[in-house]
Design a binder for this molecule. Structure first.
Ligand code: SAM
Length: 224
């Protein structure tokens, strides 16, 4: 079972598909090793005294565990109960005390300005623009002033942009393709900067992830 059946934003449904994925060894296999860019940014922040971190859409916990091992006090949230269960078990085995919660990225169960660092890796584009905006407003609320927000968006250079059914502007469902049966929102750089209202971009680059033409925006931003 997953969350998301309580009258939430209609296109914020991806966690249900990910719940299936996280239930199998094969589904988890590409998502167990932390991204080097995350390790690099998080290590730098720790060295400068950042302490409280949250991993939004933590999946099976690769970054939450990594942040805990770097010495952060870590909270982690995901809409998939299977993901949270796997991550919680891995944290216990590794001896990390992480505050895991099942919940939606559009309605965060955290106090205002309670984190120095928010990570949302390959998460916030799961929905239409309204979902993305709602999630960004929540991230802005829970991050302290001058805190760091690291994440990714889907780029319009991505090979899947424009494919499938457009259910809202720049939001597509790739029906029939196994892990893409839920909405994805794609943006260009100007749109991304507009969406990041209330944040100052520090770095922004369009990168291929794993496969050719799988472009994603990788960014680091500071909360104003
Ligand atoms: C591509 S996976 C990335 C997982 C993790 N960030 C990582 O890099 O390993 C996307 C994750 O976002 C979660 N997710 C998608 N939509 C969500 C929502 N509306 N609320 C909470 N979690 C969501 C999914 O359940 C899934 O675990």
């Amino acid at each position: 079972m997953t969350t998301g059946d309580r009258g939430d934003l209609a296109t914020a449904t991806a966690h249900r598909a990910w719940d299936q994925c996280w239930g199998t060894e094969e589904g988890r296999s590409d998502w167990l090793v932390p991204e080097s860019e995350v390790v690099s940014v998080a290590s730098g922040l720790r060295a400068k005294g950042a302490r409280r971190a949250v991993d939004l859409g933590c999946g099976v916990g690769r970054h939450a565990l990594c942040l805990a091992s770097l010495g952060f006090t870590v909270a982690a949230l995901d809409g998939s109960e299977a993901g949270i269960a796997f991550a919680r078990n891995a944290a216990v085995k590794a001896g990390h005390a992480i505050d895991f919660q099942t919940g939606l990225m559009t309605d965060l169960p955290y106090a205002d300005q309670s984190f120095d660092y928010v990570l949302a890796w390959n998460v916030i584009y799961h929905g239409d623009r309204e979902v993305v905006q709602r999630c960004l407003a929540e991230i802005h609320r829970v991050l302290r002033r001058r805190g760091t927000f690291q994440g990714t968006f889907l780029s319009q250079r991505n090979q899947h942009y424009g494919q499938g059914r457009e259910i809202a502007p720049h939001t597509f469902i790739l029906e029939g393709v196994s892990d893409k049966g839920h909405p994805h929102f794609y943006c260009h750089a100007a749109e991304l900067v507009k969406l990041l209202k209330g944040f100052e971009p520090v770095s922004l680059i369009d990168r291929e992830q794993l496969q050719p033409v799988s472009y994603h925006w990788h960014f680091v931003a500071e909360r104003l």
